[in-house]
Design a binder for this molecule. Structure first.
Ligand code: THU
Length: 133
């Protein structure tokens, strides 16, 4: 794995350990590399009122915006499930707000990288900020 991707992988793996997922037991870590080079992380935070739970990607986006970054260069989602964990539909739209269609979205597990797609592949013909310009 190239060093830039390895840093994203390690950040997502580390934050996955902090996930609050007592209901699904499916812990997820997300790491975003901003255009600035900074890495922002988030983990899923579930709630006893199930629909109130938040995805790891949503947390990472919040951390990025709070830190002053607005442009996503790459995303990596880490989980231990059997399948590559690609962002849910709602999170694909959340990412679209700050990421161009060409931005890579990687899925990884304990053994390493599992799948890589662009955001445009995951959310084709997306509605985004340009539609309101
Ligand atoms: N989850 C994420 O945090 N990110 C994803 O990309 C897929 C799903 C979380 C939501 C919920 O806490 C748990 O995983 C099971 O759906």
């Amino acid at each position: 794995m190239r060093p830039e991707l390895a840093a994203l992988f390690e950040a997502a793996r580390a934050v996955q350990a902090r996930a609050h997922a007592p209901y699904s037991r499916f812990r997820v870590g997300a790491a975003i590399r901003a255009a600035s080079g900074a890495i922002h992380v988030g983990c899923n935070v579930e709630n006893a009122a199930y629909p109130v739970g938040a995805c790891a990607e949503a947390g990472a986006i919040s951390a990025m915006v709070a830190a002053g970054d607005r442009q996503i260069a790459a995303v990596l989602v880490y989980s231990e499930g059997a399948e590559p964990c690609t962002p849910c539909g709602a999170c694909r739209q959340r990412l679209r707000e700050f990421a161009a269609a060409a931005v890579p979205v990687h899925a990884a597990g304990p053994e390493g990288l599992r799948a890589s797609h662009t955001l445009g592949e995951l959310l084709p013909h997306a509605f985004g900020p340009d539609h309101l310009a």
